[in-house]
Design a protein around this ligand. Structure first.
Ligand code: PHE
Length: 453
């Protein structure tokens, strides 16, 4: 990938759609709703939205601009701009290495639910204890993890990502439409309006440092930031395309899907449980427990459920492809291995390392670092610690090594004006780096019991 003679995206919309296909995934549909449910609904939503338009905007502009400026993916890009910062590229690679295995475990859960619905067993999925006994098992979830990894690898080896991305252009709008239909249905159910209020209304007392850290980690995860991925996408972007408006479009798209997924899940779980705290805090299992109950009571619910899981499977697949491709491309660049050999190796790694995350819900549940199951632990380390650290380093690099004027010049080519350039400069130089450090420190201190807010 370390060549400047890249085959660019043929159009601005091509870039936006490919980046959106990477960004929209389980982060939006699976992760966002359970965090919103856990962290007080509207309070989390508002903090998240503020972070999207401030930190998210500034960091995404920076990453895409670095990629386009150098024409390289992250390791080469950082090294080319300043050798001392080459380690940022490596750190950016380590994050997908941690994420991809557990991402594939969730991808496997989605595959299992998809097949359950498509084979006419939707009612089983809605029965009490189905999810818990499924993820607590050994063979089944590992089998579906394997299936998800194999499908991802086949797509990457066959080099048919383009085809999948084209398909996702059609499938993503259908996913959005379906989320709207399911949300409307959910909102008409008894008790759901209180759930809606919970989802959108901020309550000051719910605000905490931990919430802000969770929202920050979610921002990076959902927008595929702080892991070098947007640098790679930027490297394929044409100089004459408008970088600022492209970034805005990706942000809007990604946030819209997350908002709708939350709207589909949070009010319903609130209605089913009467706002019971334990149900709201059910974490990674929330989507898999709540939605089958919604589908069960919905006319034609099994068909809607089947379609829903097919679409989520595609969204997860496009993201997993982009994660796998990132890891594989570095190995191919450095070791000059063949594509098939490299992807096989990455696939084996992802599968093997994914197994502990899967077993953490069953036979290995006693292994609980920081009191978390293994999947949540890997998720926490990558999203809440490593990504903020890398995002901070990216801000420092852009603001004080490269300087914002370089980024602004990259955006302003072919007569394009960077409309938010003043805002960008202030964000990248002061607000984002100071904010990220403050959030990290305060939540670590709260974790250590020094103070809590
Ligand atoms: N952004 C993706 C999601 O929301 C996850 C992802 C991260 C995909 C990084 C690719 C790269 O699911």
């Amino acid at each position: 990938m370390e060549t400047t003679n890249r085959v660019g995206f043929s159009s601005k919309i091509g870039f936006v759609l490919a980046a959106a296909a990477s960004a929209v995934g389980l982060g939006n549909i699976w992760r966002f709703p359970y965090l919103a449910a856990e962290y007080g609904g509207g309070t989390f939503l508002i903090v998240y939205l503020i972070l999207v338009v401030t930190f998210g905007f500034a960091i995404m502009i920076t990453e895409v601009a670095i990629g386009r400026k150098t024409g390289l993916s992250s390791i080469g890009a950082f090294r080319k701009l300043n050798r001392k910062f080459a380690f940022c590229g490596w750190l950016g690679l380590l994050i997908p290495v941690i994420i991809t295995p557990y991402y594939s475990v969730i991808g496997g859960w989605v595959a299992k639910y998809m097949v359950t619905y498509l084979t006419g067993h939707g009612s089983d999925a809605a029965s009490d204890g189905f999810f818990g006994s499924y993820i607590g098992g050994v063979g089944q979830p590992i089998f579906w993890l394997l299936i998800f990894v194999v499908v991802t690898c086949i797509v990457v080896v066959a080099g048919v990502q383009k085809g999948i991305e084209k398909a996702s252009v059609i499938l993503m709008p259908i996913l959005i439409a379906l989320c709207i239909v399911i949300s409307i249905y959910g909102l008409t159910q008894p008790g759901a309006l209180d759930g809606f209020v919970y989802y959108v209304k901020p309550v000051l007392s719910k605000f905490s440092g931990k919430l802000v850290l969770a929202a920050l980690g979610q921002l990076f995860y959902s927008m595929s930031l702080a892991m070098g991925i947007m640098i790679t996408y930027g490297s394929y972007m044409k100089k004459e395309n408008n970088l600022e408006s492209s970034v805005r479009m990706i942000e809007v798209f990604d946030t819209l899907v997350a908002f709708l997924a939350g709207l589909m899940i949070v009010p319903s779980v609130f209605a089913f449980s009467g706002g019971n705290e334990e149900a709201m805090n059910s974490g990674p299992g929330l989507m898999f427990v709540t939605l089958p109950s919604v589908f069960e009571s919905m006319p034609g619910g099994h068909i809607v459920g089947g379609l829903f899981f097919v679409l989520v499977f595609f969204a997860a697949l496009t993201s997993a492809i982009s994660l796998t491709e990132t890891i594989a491309s570095v190995i191919m660049d450095k070791l000059h291995w063949r594509r098939s050999q490299t992807v096989l190796l990455v696939g084996i790694f992802v599968f093997v390392v994914g197994i502990p995350s899967s077993l953490g819900f069953g036979v290995w549940s006693h292994v609980a670092p920081l009191g978390m199951d293994l999947l949540t632990f890997f998720d926490f380390i990558s999203n809440s610690i490593m990504m903020p650290v890398l995002a901070f380093l990216t801000c420092i690099f852009a603001a004080y090594v490269l300087k914002p004027k370089e980024i602004i010049a990259e955006v302003e080519q072919f007569g394009v004006t960077f409309k938010a350039k003043k805002f960008y400069s202030v964000m990248i130089r002061f607000v984002a780096p100071v904010g990220i450090v403050a959030i990290l420190i305060s939540s670590v201190m709260a974790g250590l019991g020094v103070f809590s807010w």
